[in-house]
Design a binder for this molecule. Structure first.
Ligand code: MV4
Length: 504
């Protein structure tokens, strides 16, 4: 790693994150160089950057994934650093090495740390040795079906078969009995081979109805590692996160502390440098298990910024320049509550079908504690070639209910003509009583939406449940130093919420 000050950053990405990176560069007096495909000639990231270089046709395999082309542009444009954003080449250790070998600063973790976390079995071994709780199971790939059966019987059904090279849910099979094991193993191996070119599969205990809770960490190149608390990303659809909140409504203070300690250990075990995230599964029994580490800045990083006041992009830039972290663990605490809605150009009522098209009318909500990170402008065509996420709506509130109320308001003030979006879906989620109570897990969308109960609610709401959730937040807030709280009791606020909604 050649960490040192730099002046001109190549942004190897598109959309809202490319805009976010350009803004962060400009705040530090750095120049930002954009790259773009045929489909992005009018995109916001191209307009906002100091220079923009065309890199190829619309398909990402011919543009944003062309490491060779991007390196060529970086050199030709006189860049001395590369920020990969998320997705595309961000967790490609080979690309990171090429950037470093070309004499530029890689604004990301050391390639060796990316590799260490890339193999799920190797990561499980490393984490287990470092005292980070992993899901019970094997740390070696299975060689044959009889071995799978022996181990499954040992840890007990149900189990989960996972691809060693995997992540993101591909090559994953839940198995509930020994009879189903052979078929599931063949299916998992075949899917793993197709997705990752590697059919190695291992076994874990199946954690039923888990929550997905992740800890943000920052590590500098001087050996300092801090955590910035958690995000709850349990509301997902087909392994795509949809809505995230920080802090988690399901995490007792003691578990939060243990999870944070585990995440810092995980980072230290791989000599991590930069911004990273440790994902955990939180079981219904309150136990948590390490799942994987994301070696990049994530989409949902902004909610952590909202509750901690730490600018994660600035942190990445400073760390990559070789600077030490400018604050200590004891300087950070959770202040209030933040929610992110990922605005997708899709039609929730038509099975969440992508709905690209021209943005004929577009106006973003604003106001205090409302942040919209987007990569689109009015009149732009939303390309079909990439992720359909067009913007992130991120709001902060002094407590969870205030954040929900602000989020609901901002969604209603989001004006978008020309394409369907997930906005009506979010409004329904924010009115869902299980969501309001903070009682949801990774099955939420499947159950609440696909089974039809997730509609703007006109039913009687269990005030006790809502009040208990609010009270839990308020008491957590008092534990964190200096956080202003609102004077109303949880019950009063729950009542206010209900009358606000005109519910019985
Ligand atoms: C699991 C699990 C239950 N038990 N592992 C899905 C994505 C991949 N990174 C890991 N995933 C899961 N692993 C065990 N042993 C349940 C999931 C899972 C999930 C995890 C996080 C967020 C959403 C999810 C949706 C379905 C399944």
């Amino acid at each position: 790693m050649n960490l040192r000050p730099f002046n001109r950053v190549l942004i190897a990405n598109r959309g809202e994150i490319a805009v976010r990176i350009a803004r962060g560069c400009h705040e530090r007096g750095l120049e930002a160089v954009a790259v773009y495909s045929d489909a992005d000639a009018d995109a916001l990231h191209v307009r906002i950057a100091d220079a923009a270089w065309h890199i190829g046709p619309a398909p990402s395999s011919e543009s944003y994934l062309r490491a060779d082309k991007i390196l060529e542009v970086a050199a030709a444009a006189g860049c001395d650093a590369v920020h990969p954003g998320y997705g595309f080449l961000s967790e490609n250790a080979g690309f990171a090495r090429d950037v470093i070998d070309a004499g530029m600063v890689w604004i990301g973790p050391p390639p060796a740390a990316i590799d260490a976390m890339g193999s799920k079995t190797a990561a499980r071994r490393l984490m287990s040795d470092a005292g980070v709780p992993v899901v019970p199971g094997t740390t070696e790939a299975l060689s044959e079906a009889s071995e799978a059966k022996r181990i499954a019987l040992e840890i007990g059904f149900p189990v989960m078969l996972k691809a060693a090279a995997g992540g993101g849910g591909k090559g994953m099979r839940a198995v509930h009995s020994a009879d189903a094991l052979d078929d599931a193993l063949l299916a998992a191996q075949s899917e793993a081979r197709k997705s990752f070119g590697d059919d190695a599969v291992y076994v874990e205990k199946l954690i039923e109805r888990p929550r997905h809770v992740e800890i943000q960490i920052l590590a500098d190149s001087h050996g300092e590692v801090v955590h910035l608390f958690e995000r709850d990303c349990s509301i997902q659809r087909r392994h795509q996160k949809v809505i995230e909140e920080a802090p988690s409504p399901a995490l007792p203070a003691e578990t939060r502390q243990q999870m944070a300690v585990a995440a810092v250990r995980a980072a230290k075990a791989v000599d991590y440098v930069g911004a990273g995230t440790c994902e955990f599964l939180l079981g219904a029994d309150g136990e948590f298990h390490f799942l994987e580490m994301n070696t990049r800045l994530q989409v949902e990083h902004a909610i952590t910024e909202m509750i901690t006041g730490v600018d994660l992009l600035q942190a990445q830039l400073r760390i990559a320049a070789g600077e030490p972290l400018w604050f200590a663990q004891s300087d950070v605490s959770i202040h209030g509550h933040a929610i992110e809605c990922r605005i997708y150009a899709e039609d929730a009522r038509a099975g969440f079908r992508p709905a690209p098209g021209p943005l004929r009318g577009y106006r973003e909500p604003s106001g205090p504690w409302v942040r919209v990170d987007s990569g689109v402008v009015e009149g732009m065509e939303v390309p079909i070639h990439y992720d359909p996420m067009i913007a992130k709506l991120v709001v902060w509130g002094v407590d969870r209910l205030a954040a929900i109320e602000r989020c609901r308001r901002a969604l209603r003030h989001y004006h978008l003509v020309g394409t369907s979006t997930s906005i009506p879906f979010f409004i329904a989620v924010l009115d869902d009583e299980d969501f309001l109570a903070g009682q949801y897990d990774t099955g939420f969308i499947q159950e609440e939406w696909l089974e039809g109960s997730l509609k703007p609610s006109d039913s009687t709401v269990d005030l006790a449940v809502v009040a208990a959730a609010i009270a839990r937040f308020d008491s957590d807030m008092h534990l964190s130093r200096g956080a202003p709280t609102q004077s109303q009791s949880a019950w009063k606020r729950a009542h206010r919420w209900k009358s606000h909604r005109g519910l019985s």
